[in-house]
Design a protein around this ligand. Structure first.
Ligand SMILES: NC(=O)c1ccc[n+]([C@@H]2O[C@H](COP(=O)([O-])OP(=O)(O)OC[C@H]3O[C@@H](n4cnc5c(N)ncnc54)[C@H](OP(=O)(O)O)[C@@H]3O)[C@@H](O)[C@H]2O)c1
Length: 293
């Protein structure tokens, strides 16, 4: 059951993007990605954009955040073409690994609105170019810099947390709610072959939530941990990642020895929505592959 919502709520979604369709994964003969059309070309929604789409369809107002204003405008147009209301969509381009970027986002937040925050930033490349865009590597092939880059997600989350919490305190004082949903990963609770980078970084992010949640809850700020398994956002499309994940599947038996099966990003969005708007939300939501239900 959905709780009553106030009219001036805006949901900040950090990490909205899209990726080209280089490979179509299917489950039961249907593609497992969700599409957005950018300049008339079909792309895969990432998790942040799928959350934006799902929330807009539910009538919420959203603020999308990632680093490139041009991309964000194209996502906005793509969402409008999918039937979303343009007036409910705004965006801020900001690099959330820098103080300047974080401050820029905070400066753009209106004083008359109140906010929930969904964190879905993935520190992909940044200044470090991931070799072959593939993080699933045997541990001896992992450069220490790659681990540091992925770990940056925890630092970036904390940087924005430090700025959001004072805003949340004001909201609570004025009898509004204050909620945060963080997209972590099933890699935050279990391991697999070639997982040292990603499993370490996601355990750290889950650990960050575990470490901070009591202090937040003491103040009435709610925080939720959303743990997707493998989601078809385009990050598994390139041939190097596909080969590596097929090998993970064979060696770890992640999908009972089958080739990888991916879930839709909109399945993640559904759980994020429940975390923020259900009367009795769970602390942790897991999004597994469709055959694992
Ligand atoms: N896909 C999966 O299977 C899966 C499974 C479990 C967990 N996850 C996690 O869920 C999150 C989202 O995944 P995804 O597949 O949607 O990944 P993604 O497409 O790489 O999304 C990450 C988003 O973060 C933005 N971003 C990166 N660096 C940023 C920065 N410094 N400042 C602001 N924005 C930044 C990117 O946009 P710009 O590059 O334009 O800034 C992009 O929109 C990630 O943390 C990922 O690890 C994904």
């Amino acid at each position: 059951m959905k709780a009553l919502k106030s009219d001036n709520l805006k949901v900040i979604i950090t990490g909205c993007g899209f990726k080209p369709i280089s490979h179509v994964y299917r489950y039961n003969n249907k593609p497992s990605h969700d599409s957005i059309f950018i300049d008339g070309v079909e792309y895969k929604m990432n998790i942040g954009t799928a959350i934006a789409y799902y929330f807009l369809k539910k009538g919420e107002e959203i603020i999308m955040v990632s680093r490139n204003a041009e991309h964000l405008e194209k996502i906005k147009q793509g969402l409008i073409n999918l039937g979303c209301k343009g007036k409910n969509i705004s965006y801020v381009a900001a690099d959330l690994t820098t103080n300047k970027g974080v401050n820029h986002l905070i400066d753009k937040l209106s004083n008359s609105a109140y906010f929930y925050w969904v964190q879905s930033v993935g520190i992909g490349g940044g200044t470090y170019k991931i070799p072959n865009d593939n993080i699933y590597l045997p541990f001896e092939k992992i450069e220490p810099k790659l681990i540091a880059t992925e770990m940056g997600i925890v630092t970036a989350t904390h940087m924005l947390m430090l700025k959001m919490v004072p805003i949340f305190r004001k909201q609570i004082k004025s009898k509004q709610k204050a909620k945060i949903s963080i997209i972590t990963s099933m890699s935050g609770e279990r391991g697999y072959h070639f997982g040292a980078t990603h499993v370490a970084a996601k355990h750290a992010l889950v650990g960050y939530i575990e470490g901070i949640k009591r202090e937040l809850r003491d103040e009435g700020i709610e925080i939720f941990d959303i743990r997707p398994g493998a989601i078809d956002t385009g990050m598994y499309d390139n041939p190097y990642t596909r080969k590596a994940v097929n090998e993970v599947s064979r060696r770890t038996k992640m999908w009972s020895g089958r080739l990888p099966i991916y879930a839709h990003p909109l399945k993640v969005a559904e759980k994020v929505y429940l975390s923020l708007f259900d009367d009795k939300p769970k602390e942790v939501y897991r999004i597994l592959a469709p055959h694992q239900k």
